[in-house]
Design a protein around this ligand. Structure first.
Ligand code: SF4
Length: 278
C-alpha cells in the first residue's frame, strides 16, 4: 500500500481543490506532505493533521517532530525523525507561508481551507479521502482504524514493525538486521503465539546442534538469547491475554484463528527466516 501511495504522490488531493480555494499544486503539496508525515513518523492521523507550524526541531545533527498525543493527553511529545522527513516538512512550511490562509488556520502546519472550519486545521476525514483517491482501489487508511495501523507498520516475523525508516522502505530497511524479538519497534501478533512457541523449540534444538558441532561461543549465545527473547515475547502475550475479560479474550482468539486460516490458505510461510518474509 505504501509503495502504491508513494508511486502516486502527485495524485494526492487532485480530485478537487482544497475547499475549492487553493490551487491544484498547493492542494497536492498539502496532502503529499501530510501523507509523508504519516508514513515516516508512525503517528496517528489525528496527531499528524494537528501538527503545529513550528513542529520540527533541530539539535545538532538530530531532528525531532513535536506533536500532541491527544489520545493520552500528552502534549508536545518529541519524536526523532530523519533529516529527509524534516526537509519534506520544511519545504511545505515555506510553501504554506505563501498561501493566503484564513485566520483560524494560523499556527497549524496543515491549515483548514476556510474560516468556517471548526478545528482550523486539516481533518482526518479529508486526509483519508485524499489517500483513498490516490490509492486507486487499494484500501487506504480511515481515521484511527486498523487499516491506519497497517499503513503505519510493516509485516515482520510474528507481527509488525513500526520503525519509521523501515516502514518508509516497505519493510526492506531494518536498521538492526531484523532482530525483531529484541526490538522495541516490534509489535507481536497474538495469532502467531503458537508459531512463536514452536520457534523457541526450534531455536533450542539449533542451540544443541551448535554445541554438538563445537560452534563458536557467539553462535551458541546468539541462539540462546534469541530463544530467551522469543520466550519472553510469548510470556508477555500470554499475560496480556490473561488480563482480558473472557469476552475480549474470545474475540482475540477467534480473530487469531481466522488469521491463521487465511495465512494457511494463502500458503504464507510461518518459519522464521531471519528476514521480514510476510
Ligand atoms: S528489528 Fe524488526 S521490529 Fe525492529 S526495526 Fe527491525 S524489522 Fe522493525
Amino acid at each position: 500500500m505504501i509503495a502504491q501511495l508513494d508511486a502516486h504522490l502527485d495524485l494526492l488531493g487532485v480530485d478537487g481543490n482544497y475547499g475549492r480555494i487553493w490551487s491544484p499544486s498547493d492542494t497536492n503539496a498539502l496532502f503529499a506532505t501530510a501523507y509523508q508525515g504519516l508514513r515516516d513518523t508512525g503517528r496517528r492521523p489525528g496527531e499528524v493533521v494537528s501538527l503545529r507550524t513550528q513542529c520540527v526541531e533541530r539539535d545538532g545533527e538530530d531532528w525531532a517532530l513535536v506533536y500532541d498525543n491527544h489520545k493520552k493527553g500528552r502534549l508536545r511529545r518529541r519524536l526523532p525523525i530523519t533529516a529527509a522527513t524534516a526537509w519534506i516538512i520544511q519545504a511545505w512550511q515555506v510553501r504554506r507561508a505563501g498561501i493566503d490562509l484564513p485566520q483560524c488556520a494560523e499556527g497549524w502546519l496543515f491549515p483548514a481551507a476556510r474560516e468556517s472550519s471548526g478545528t482550523g486545521h486539516l481533518t482526518t476525514i479529508r486526509l483519508s479521502q485524499a489517500l483513498r483517491h490516490a490509492d486507486a482501489g487499494v484500501p487506504a487508511p480511515a481515521s484511527g482504524s486498523a487499516s491506519t495501523y497497517q499503513v503505519r507498520s510493516v509485516a515482520v516475523p510474528f507481527g509488525n514493525c513500526i520503525e519509521p525508516s523501515n516502514i518508509k522502505a516497505g519493510g526492506k530497511a531494518c536498521p538492526i538486521r531484523f532482530q525483531c524479538a529484541g526490538c522495541g519497534f516490534c509489535r507481536p501478533d497474538p495469532s502467531y503465539l503458537r508459531a512463536i512457541e514452536d520457534h523457541v523449540r526450534t531455536l533450542k534444538a539449533d542451540r544443541e546442534t551448535a554445541v554438538a558441532l563445537g560452534a563458536d561461543d557467539f553462535v551458541v549465545r546468539n541462539l540462546s538469547d534469541q530463544a530467551d527473547a522469543y520466550r519472553q515475547v510469548a510470556a508477555t502475550m500470554c499475560d496480556k491475554l490473561a488480563a482480558l475479560t473472557d469476552e475480549e479474550r474470545s474475540e482475540v482468539e477467534e480473530a487469531s484463528a481466522t488469521l491463521r486460516k487465511l495465512r494457511a490458505a494463502a500458503a504464507v510461510p510461518v518459519a522464521f527466516t531471519g528476514k521480514a518474509a510476510w
